[in-house]
Design a protein around this ligand. Structure first.
Ligand code: ZN
Length: 243
């Protein structure tokens, strides 16, 4: 293939711009500001789950406390009616003894229930504190996430500006290059990752291999408008005064 040496030189500029675009793309995908947002989002998800678990625990305790309170009311009412029956008198000795026995048993039951209720109430307070704590953590994370997102968006916007400017410059560089030359460049870029490289001394600057003397001699004597490719990596090699 033939192409004017100045057009060949433009391929090297194009390769530099493509390299810059590749590095901008890499920076966009490995943005530390994005990693901060990801970490905070993961922390927030964990805090939301923990708050939900604490709330379920509170609901369980609410139900258990309601059940205990109702049991306790029943025991108290039973004690009151037994005591009233005993105070009213008119009972046989056996009935009185049975009532006294039941009252003693109800008393123990009431004490047990009250102890259980007091323990559950303490646990309820502790879990309530957990819910409030999770809420505070989520509020704090929301604030930090808001700031981190702004910082990330600013970094992304800067990158986008660079991508837009570099893409526009690349379009200008590629604008009037012959289609067959551009095709060769594109194939080289797809296969070797680089479209064109300088032949520096006898070394291909794409694969950094020193080409053999015969090839170097052939490249040096080839007409200036011959488009050459590196026999090692297949990239278009562009000759300069240093070649
Ligand atoms: Zn090479």
């Amino acid at each position: 293939m033939k192409a004017d040496p100045t057009l060949q030189r433009r391929l090297v500029d194009l390769a530099e711009l493509d390299l810059r675009l590749g590095s901008l793309d890499h920076r966009r995908r490995s943005l530390p500001e994005q990693a901060t947002v990801d970490t905070l989002e993961a922390e927030r998800r964990a805090a939301v789950e923990s708050a939900a678990r604490a709330r379920i625990h509170v609901e369980d305790l609410d139900r258990a406390i309601a059940k205990l309170s109702s049991d306790l009311d029943a025991v108290r009412r039973r004690r009151e009616s037994d005591s009233a029956a005993l105070a009213a008198g008119g009972l046989s000795d056996r009935q009185a003894t049975e009532l006294e026995y039941e009252l003693a048993s109800l008393h123990r039951r009431q004490e047990n229930l009250e102890a259980e209720l007091s323990e559950l109430t303490e646990r309820h307070e502790a879990v309530d504190a957990d819910v409030r704590h999770s809420g505070a953590i989520i509020t704090d994370l929301d604030a930090r996430l808001g700031m981190a997102t702004t910082v990330r968006d600013t970094a992304l916007a800067h990158l986008e500006d660079s991508v837009t400017a570099t893409t526009a410059e690349r379009a200008r560089q590629a604008e009037d290059l012959p289609a067959d030359l551009l095709d060769l460049y594109t194939r080289s870029a797809q296969q070797a990752g680089v479209g064109a490289a300088i032949l520096n001394g006898g070394r291909c600057s794409a694969c950094a291999i020193d080409l053999d003397r015969t090839t170097v001699a052939a490249f040096r004597t080839a007409p200036a408008d011959d488009v050459l490719t590196c026999p090692e990596c297949g990239v278009i090699v562009v000759r300069t005064a240093n070649s």
